[in-house]
Design a protein around this ligand. Structure first.
Ligand code: SIN
Length: 482
């Protein structure tokens, strides 16, 4: 493809482009193995420069009215949607997901800008009844300041959009550090920022050493908040360092989503939900169904329908027409998928379909269905992050709830039932930040995205999404007479 104007092999700091020099990161297309390009490998010093740039831009940005900031967010939304095709193509080339999913991701990312453009004008305060007649208590909300965002490769556009839109709308300036596998979709935000005339320094994108940049985020006094999406393991290390610098922190971490199908479910709807949840992004999302629990009465028919549906999934280069599943991100991802399948089959699970590296080679893997999976297998407790659907059997509602909650994670959970009382009961009993009933896709800018337990804290999107970027200030006015 001819590179679009969004393709930049340079970082975006203080409104200026800093090209890749001798120290760079090479980015490969996971579908073809071909090099897409190279980006600067920046470290601590450049991260400090970016934080300084954001810090310099912050006073004027926070002083802008909510409408003014909202207008820039609307402009971001429009630019993303006006260029959806080009941005989606760039995303597919560096990340591998099918083009239709990449387009959906651009729309998902753009929707956060629209959402928060509108939320910006609803940052209300409070007046609290004071304990004495001559006093008044006032609560206002103020932007936290400069935000450092560290984002993953699985949603190279939307995970930045979800953070940057909330930061910008609330009056914060931001420095984003995207995953090294997918920097180009991130750098495209710099191009858009320039084109819509966003004040210099309000949004900065830096690529490079994750450790050095994270350390700079944790140590620089002007950086006030760190927002991270990624693994629980990395999140814990980052949170510990961030605490040493007393930074506010939001952590959107790993998941191990249960997907429960009760006997009284609409089975066809449950199959479609399971396919949507499991095979979105080839199973590489933190909200993907990781454990599929099916009640005994429908177990056999669910397994049969699921395998028919999965056999029809087309695997290939995300740029090719009709592809449902692209490659996995890298060799390590393939090895984890293989290890989970091997552990399960060695311990008694049956392979129904798939189970091997795909004939296409590279990092392509067959959509895989396992049945007779049990809680003793690794796949029950670890996030697979790949296209493996493991079927567990259960008999009672209590058993399903206990199995679903038997994990250190608590991000998303799904279940299918046509019984309203059961829907309420189970939704309340599941220890998760997000629960979907009779739906396989849960994510939308209108809803609060986030987890409990080892899946982290903080909420992104919805009316709650700005709270993580705002400090509460208590004002006391006294001396008002008797
Ligand atoms: C993620 O996998 O980290 C996010 C998925 C989503 O927003 O739906």
């Amino acid at each position: 493809m001819a590179p679009s104007r969004f393709f930049r092999e340079a970082c975006f700091i203080g409104g200026e482009w800093l090209p890749a020099g001798a120290d760079f990161i090479k980015v490969d297309n996971p579908a073809t193995g071909r090099t897409v390009g190279r980006v600067p490998k920046l470290g601590r010093n450049e991260a400090h420069t970016a934080i300084d740039a954001a810090s310099g831009a912050f006073p004027a940005w926070r002083a802008a009215t909510a409408d003014e900031r909202g207008a820039y967010c609307h402009a971001f939304h429009d630019a993303l949607m006006d260029n959806q095709a080009a941005l989606a193509e760039l995303l597919t080339i560096e990340m591998g997901k099918p083009l239709a999913e990449a387009k959906a991701e651009i729309a998902y990312g753009a929707a956060f800008f629209k959402w928060f453009a509108e939320e910006a004008r609803r940052v209300y305060g409070d007046i609290i009844p004071a304990p004495s007649a001559n006093k008044r208590i006032i609560v206002t909300k103020e932007p936290v300041g400069v935000v450092g965002a560290i984002t993953p490769w699985n949603f190279p556009n939307a995970m930045i959009a979800r953070k940057a839109a909330a930061a910008l709308a609330s009056g914060c300036a931001i420095v984003c550090k995207p995953a090294s596998q997918t920097p180009f979709s991130a750098l495209a935000f710099g191009v858009i920022a320039e084109e819509i005339g966003l004040p210099k320094g309000v949004l900065n994108i830096i690529t490079g050493s994750a450790e050095a940049i994270a350390d700079a985020f944790c140590q620089h006094p002007a950086l006030r908040k760190i927002t991270f999406t990624g693994s629980t393991e990395t999140g814990k290390l980052l949170a510990a360092k961030a605490m040493a610098g007393m930074k506010r922190v939001s952590m959107e971490l790993g998941g191990n989503a249960p997907f429960i199908v009760f006997d009284d479910a609409d089975l066809d709807a449950a199959i479609e939900g399971a396919i949507a949840s499991k095979f979105r992004n080839a199973g590489q999302t933190c909200v993907c169904a990781n454990r599929i629990y099916v009640q005994s009465g429908v177990y056999e028919s669910f397994a049969e329908k699921m395998s028919d549906r999965m056999r029809a999934l087309k695997v290939g280069d995300g740029l090719d027409a009709g592809v449902d599943q692209g490659p996995l991100i890298d060799e390590a991802a393939l090895r984890k998928v293989e290890a989970h399948i091997e552990d399960a089959t060695q311990n008694g699970a049956q392979l129904v379909t798939g189970g091997r590296r795909h004939d296409k080679g590279g990092t392509f893997f067959e959509p895989t269905l396992l049945r007779d999976v049990t809680s003793a297998m690794a796949i029950a407790s670890e996030e697979t992050f790949g296209p493996v659907a493991p079927l567990f059997r259960f008999d009672t509602e209590q058993e399903a709830i206990a199995m679903a909650n038997d994990t250190e994670y608590g991000l998303a959970a799904y279940f299918y039932t046509e019984n309203l009382a059961r829907a309420w009961r189970v939704m309340e009993a599941l220890e998760y930040g997000m629960v979907a009933v009779n739906e396989g896709i849960i994510s939308t800018p209108a809803a609060p995205f986030g987890g409990v337990k080892q899946s982290g804290f903080g909420r992104e999107g919805s009316k709650y999404g700005l709270d993580d970027y705002l400090n509460i200030k208590y004002g006391l006015i006294g001396g008002l007479g008797k």
